[in-house]
Design a binder for this molecule. Structure first.
Ligand code: ZN
Ligand code: ZN
Length: 94
């Protein structure tokens, strides 16, 4: 569906697939949030013993909510991913 297409042209199978795609583009290897975001300079990742909580202390309550938290934290203001391309869900108001 077009609602699951990324601005870079990536055609996701589902909203979850698109979330995974955006996470791959935005989340750095060290899990450090970019400096230009609200929680910049802190580490965010799935807690080792709980896939519904973030190591920052955020209790998401579900794996989907945790994914949403991680994307919130890691999405740069310019939405430019690691490959230098613009990534965002087509149905978002940008
Ligand atoms: Zn976090
Ligand atoms: Zn993309």
């Amino acid at each position: 569906m077009s609602a699951c297409r990324c601005a870079c042209g990536y055609d996701a199978d589902s909203a979850d697939d698109l979330t995974d795609h955006l996470g791959e583009q935005y989340i750095p290897a060290d899990d450090m949030a970019p400096a230009d975001t609200a929680l910049g300079g802190t580490v965010h990742a799935e807690a080792a013993n709980d896939n519904r909580a973030c190591v920052c202390g955020f209790a998401a309550g579900s794996a989907q909510a945790l994914d949403a938290h991680l994307l919130d934290v890691f999405t740069p203001s310019d939405r430019i991913g690691a490959d230098g391309c613009h990534h965002s869900a087509r149905d978002e108001a940008v």
